[in-house]
Ligand binder design. Structure first.
Ligand SMILES: [Zn+2]
Length: 360
């Protein structure tokens, strides 16, 4: 009897040991995947002076000085040395990827209007153009795709692309709201078609709803679009929480409207509840952030009243959710942000939080 008990105990202990070591191997594997790459850089910063060539004229909120301020501020801070500064990869031809999400006719028309020296796209005041706009906009897409490549090839753990023009209002067939090409949407499709990912999530924390991105994936269950935004505000009813996707895409679109003045607490709560639940269910293999900084308290175009610290907090929440999936593949793309503080301190807090070691 004692012998039987003893052998049962031995078998139990052996099974437990095997289980525990398997768990340890799996945990170590996940940890390995999340570790920074051998070159020592955890985070890439993608930027090109060509982004300044999109000239929107005097007094326009989306102007080249945004990026001048941003890069100057980063370079004056300690974080700069810990970033892998790179330009968009010249080997990437962004045009076929732009065509994945935009009508060819519109792309041709934008090039023609820029080459001809026209000043506005579709006669619209919210999309001024210049000779350099087409080149800047296509290079911005190349920058977004470079960020995807760097992360997918494990050259870095995550990447922030300081792009302009921004992209999340761009529609398949037209420019809109300072945007020409859907940088985040194109990056998501590129990750799927070029890097064979099945599920990509786009989290949009710009103060405005990303109506262009929503439009592009409304019926697509493979790209989950999550947006927090001030509501009501530009661009209007597209940001309604009632819009949850269509057809096969039903349930893969989540809008969380925030009230003017709701501050840091409301967005943190939305991330910790609505977003966390959707994220855990969807299990994205890559996270793309449409990172606008116009919810910052001093922004002339938004009134959510966020601090600069909140951008670090939101980044930490997203990194934590990715780590639960065994990776930290985050590609963050600049959208809006029109105050000096938002575009300098807000971005820096975000990038510092992307780069920071995560021990817990
Ligand atoms: Zn915005």
């Amino acid at each position: 009897m004692n012998m039987i008990k003893h052998s049962r105990l031995t078998a139990f202990l052996l099974c437990s040991a095997v289980f525990l070591s398997l768990t340890a191997v799996m945990a170590a594997d996940n940890e390995k995947k999340a570790k920074p790459v051998p070159n020592g850089f955890r985070t890439a910063l993608i930027y090109d002076d060509l982004f300044l060539e999109h000239d929107t004229g005097p007094g326009f909120p989306e102007h080249p000085d945004r990026l001048r301020r941003l890069t100057k501020h980063l370079k004056e801070n300690e974080i700069s040395k810990r970033l892998l500064w790179v330009k968009p990869d010249e080997q990437i031809d962004p045009i076929p990827w732009i065509h994945e999400m935009h009508d060819k006719k519109y792309v041709v028309e934008l090039k023609r209007a820029c080459d001809a020296g026209e000043k506005r796209m579709h006669e619209s005041g919210d999309t001024p153009i210049s000779k350099g706009t087409y080149e800047a906009a296509t290079r911005a897409v190349a920058g977004a795709l470079t960020a995807v490549d760097l992360v997918m090839k494990k050259k870095v753990t995550n990447a922030f692309a300081a792009l302009r023009p921004p992209g999340h209002h761009a529609m398949p067939d037209r420019a809109k709201g300072f945007c020409f090409f859907g940088n985040a949407a194109i990056a998501a499709r590129y990750a799927q078609k070029h890097h064979k990912l099945k599920r990509v999530m786009i989290v949009d924390w710009d103060v405005h709803h990303g109506d262009g991105t929503q439009e592009m994936f409304l019926e697509d269950p493979t790209v989950f679009f999550f947006s927090v935004h001030q509501y009501p505000l530009y661009p209007g009813p597209s940001g309604s929480p009632d819009i949850k996707g269509k057809g096969a895409g039903e349930g893969f679109n989540l809008n969380v409207p925030l009230q003017a003045g709701s501050g840091d607490a409301a967005v943190i709560k939305a991330f910790e509840t609505d977003l966390a639940e959707a994220f855990r269910k969807f299990k994205p293999e890559l996270l793309i952030i449409s990172a606008g900084f116009d919810a910052y308290r001093d922004d002339p175009l938004g009134a959510l009243g966020w601090s600069s610290e909140v951008y670090a907090k939101l980044t930490e929440i997203l990194r934590g959710l990715c780590r639960e999936q065994g990776h930290e593949r985050i590609v963050s793309l600049l959208e809006g942000g029109y105050s000096k503080g938002g575009i300098t301190e807000g971005v820096r807090r975000h990038v510092e939080a992307l780069e920071a070691g995560m021990e817990k």
